[in-house]
Write a protein that binds this ligand. Structure first.
Ligand code: NAD
Ligand code: MG
Length: 387
């Protein structure tokens, strides 16, 4: 019997994760087909993708680009939507099987929640969704019996280590971090770092926001919080170790002291295809890790005094409530400002810390309170930067 193709809705199809997911789909036409594609502003790439993959619907969030996209796709039967609200509208469609949540930042939260309510499986790249409202997202996933399969490479590694271990307790997880381009540097160096330097990641090629987050180590902080919700862990069960080669993608230690890891060359297509095809593994011709070529794997402690964003995230993880949400919002604005040379590298940390101290702490927020905390943190942060 021929296998039914999985119908994928890629939210954020024009980004780094989105385009790599389309490469995976293109390489596996018997397994996957594209049902929905969404983009924020990149109309040209969206149109090109729509012509190649012929989805049922596309969203161009930026309303100024709507007519252009509509015209470019006039000879096709692709439905074109626009505006922020339409992301949720198409997430409510019944015609897809899995959402690949690959929008960057807080903007991914509402469409992902809608897909979960719509009982669609989630392949989750958008870690900010769990940082902002992880308790609500995971609770809704349980209620709707929706699998949330991680795409983030560390979490994919942990997820892969946990296959077959459902009855076994996790002692702790060890998230690996490359350390980013400024590993080993001290604050007097970081003071003068500019965006172009920070955008050069040693091991991964990614979108601008996550690349800056990797340079500040905020990315690892967001990932600690993401791991807490995905794997239902206490903060003290989550450890970070710097591993500059990015070959071990993360590890799980069980109660007997045994440690499992998932390894390979750094290539996001692997966790993307694993999440999309789970529980199946699909063959590919990606380059393989060769122990003879990279024969030294090293590990070191993260420098929390220099990379204070990670310390702030550890604090947010421990205190919980709306603090991770506040931190995330302030970080999004701070990174935005850094990318436009409006604030310095170390200013980002000060700004985030101020926002975390300023916005009122709520121990058990409702969804509306998370949304309000996000908005308040953004406004306050923007006022600090005088945007
Ligand atoms: P990116 O900037 O390359 O792409 C972002 C995508 O989201 C684009 O398609 C863009 O059109 C869309 N988008 C941006 N702002 C939007 C908005 N306000 N509303 C609607 N759509 C919007 O980002 P990326 O590197 O692909 O990362 C996507 C997500 O995956 C992030 O949450 C990131 O942390 C996570 N992630 C990425 C990588 C990676 O290798 N790139 C690895 C692990 C996790
Ligand atoms: Mg990661």
């Amino acid at each position: 019997m021929q296998q039914q193709k999985k119908r994928i809705a890629i939210f954020g199809s024009t980004g780094s994760i989105g385009t790599q997911a389309l490469d995976v789909i293109e390489a596996n036409p018997d397994l996957f087909e594209v049902e929905i594609l969404t983009a924020h502003t990149n109309d040209e790439l969206l149109v090109q993708q729509a012509i190649q993959f012929n989805p049922n619907a596309v969203v161009i969030v930026d309303e100024r680009k709507y007519e252009k996209v509509k015209q470019a796709l006039a000879s096709t039967d692709v439905k074109v939507f626009t505006g922020e609200q339409s992301l949720e509208e198409v997430a409510a469609f019944d015609t897809y099987d899995m959402m690949l949540a690959a929008i960057v930042g807080f903007a991914g939260l509402k469409p992902t929640l809608k897909a979960i309510e719509n009982k669609k499986a989630i392949a989750l790249a958008n870690k900010e969704t769990l940082v902002v409202a992880g308790d609500i997202v995971m609770q809704k996933a349980v209620e709707n019996r929706v699998p949330v399969i991680p795409v983030d490479s560390e979490h994919s590694a942990i997820f892969q280590c946990l296959v077959g271990e459902a009855r076994n307790k996790i002692d702790k997880i060890i998230l690996t971090a490359s350390g980013g381009p400024f590993r080993g540097r001290k604050p007097n160096f970081l003071l003068n770092v500019k965006r172009d330097h920070a955008l050069q990641h040693p091991n991964w090629s990614m979108g601008a926001k996550i690349t800056i987050d990797s340079a500040t180590l905020m990315n690892k902080g967001l990932e600690m919080i993401e791991a807490k919700w995905l794997f239902n862990l206490a903060p003290e069960q989550i450890q970070v170790v710097i591993h500059p080669q990015s070959i071990i993608h993360s590890m799980v230690q069980f109660e007997d002291g045994s440690i499992k890891s998932q390894m390979g060359l750094p290539d996001m297509k692997l966790p993307i295809q694993y999440a999309m095809a789970f529980p199946q593994r699909i063959p590919n011709n990606f380059p393989r890790y060769d122990f003879k070529k990279i024969n030294t794997l090293t590990f070191e402690e993260p420098d929390l005094k220099t990379f204070r964003n990670l310390a702030l995230a550890i604090d947010a993880l421990a205190k919980g409530g709306n603090l991770p949400c506040i931190m995330n919002a302030a970080n999004e604005i701070a990174v935005w400002a850094f990318l436009r040379n409006r604030v310095g590298f170390l200013d980002m940390t000060d700004i985030i810390e101020k926002a975390m101290n300023h916005v009122k702490f709520i121990a058990k927020p409702t969804l509306d309170e998370y949304l309000e905390s996000d908005a308040e943190a953004r406004n306050y942060t923007a006022s600090l930067i005088q945007m």
